[in-house]
Design a protein around this ligand. Structure first.
Ligand code: HEM
Length: 342
């Protein structure tokens, strides 16, 4: 076994993984070699209580905010799609940082930052300078899904935090709720994820959480500039959404993403799609686009929550590997909102 590292357990890359990643890199995928260096045991010696601490803070936050588990799951996704899972989304504006928090997909939408601060503060108490903000996001997503009734997985750890943010990439890489299937697939493929399997499994995260009317209203009143509703939307569900989001009403009013079981992480998202009750255009596209390669997987997950859970866990691990910084790259921020020493 390799000698212990002051940073955490060494995550020895296995030869097969190294070869696979080299092949992926050669094909131009955005998965850096660092992914092979993540491992579930990373903090076993340097911060053995890390999961317990995160879970405690999350449960406390959930007492005041039933939506927080969904919001934290989304934060990890919005981090990983923009220059990799490096906690760049958490950096505030400063003389050297243009914060991603104000990019269109995040502004007045991404949430949960104070809870990440609370987790970081608790971890700095327990094991100062050890657990990265990027790993906090990955652990928080995993625990959030688990506490909502979803699958469990051993989350690979050892990410380091970046020292830059990229608002331009945040604006262009993150999928829009008005994207068609081709655009969604292109954005997943661009970060090295599978444009079919990972897209369908990860979209299942819309089984919990909320959505603002401004992301739904165009489907109700003016789909793709037609001045008509989205033909792929079930009439009964359209009537319900129209009551919640009246024409010209408050764009920030909230709806459940999953009308069946709003706060539970389960497989009902796929049954909703089958009933043409996907809340976002981008959700319904997975099934309703003619000839969609994603439709068969939607059908499989609608019939088996077990299959969805297994795939979701795998896809979350894959997403968590996007362009990670490891070893001596980046840093472990002391405060997730600012680069050290600034
Ligand atoms: C496939 C492309 C995706 C699009 C276009 C998309 C878009 C959106 C939009 C527009 C919202 C509502 C935001 C708001 O109203 O402020 C939302 C919420 C959410 N998204 Fe996605 N999303 C996508 C994929 C994902 C993925 C991959 C995950 C996680 C793995 C995820 C997790 C969530 C969660 C949990 C919420 C609810 C958040 C909350 O209540 O605070 N989404 N998404």
């Amino acid at each position: 076994m390799a000698p212990p590292s002051p940073r955490g357990m060494p995550c020895g890359p296995r030869l097969a993984a190294v070869l696979l990643l080299a092949a992926a890199a050669a094909l131009g995928f955005g998965v850096r070699a660092g992914a092979a260096q993540l491992c579930a045991e990373y903090y076993d010696r340097t911060c053995p209580g890390v999961h317990r601490v995160v879970r405690r803070v999350l449960k406390k936050a959930h007492e005041a905010d039933a939506r927080i588990y969904a919001s934290l799951t989304r934060l990890h996704f919005h981090d990983c799609f923009v220059q990799g899972c490096d906690a760049s989304i958490l950096l505030d504006n400063s003389s050297s940082i243009v914060s991603e928090k104000f990019a269109t997909p995040n502004n007045n939408s991404a949430r949960g930052y104070p809870v990440v601060d609370a987790v970081k503060a608790a971890l700095e108490e327990a094991c100062p300078g050890v657990v990265s903000c990027a790993d906090i996001l990955a652990i928080a997503a995993k625990i959030s899904v688990e506490l909502s009734g979803g699958p469990r997985w051993r989350v690979p750890l050892g990410r380091r935090d970046g020292t830059t943010a990229n608002i331009t990439a945040a604006n262009s890489n993150l999928p829009s709720p008005f994207d068609n299937l081709t655009a969604l697939q292109q954005k997943f493929g661009a970060v090295g994820l599978d444009a079919t399997a990972d897209l369908v499994a990860l979209s299942g995260a819309h089984t919990f959480g909320r959505v603002q009317c401004r992301f739904v209203a165009p489907r109700l009143y003016n789909f793709s500039g037609t001045r008509r509703p989205d033909p792929a939307l079930d009439q009964g569900y359209r009537a319900l959404l129209s009551r919640r989001c009246p024409r010209g009403g408050d764009g920030s009013a909230l709806n459940d993403l999953d009308p069946a079981t709003p706060d539970a992480f389960d497989g009902s998202y796929y049954a909703n799609l089958g009933a043409r009750r996907g809340t976002l255009q981008s959700d319904q596209e997975l099934l309703s686009t003619p000839g969609a390669p994603t439709a068969a997987i939607v059908g499989r997950f609608a019939g088996s929550q077990k299959a969805f859970f297994r795939s979701f866990a795998k896809s979350m691990i894959r997403m968590g590997n996007i362009e990670v910084l490891t070893g001596s790259q980046g840093e472990v921020r002391k405060n997730c909102r600012v680069v050290n020493g600034s």
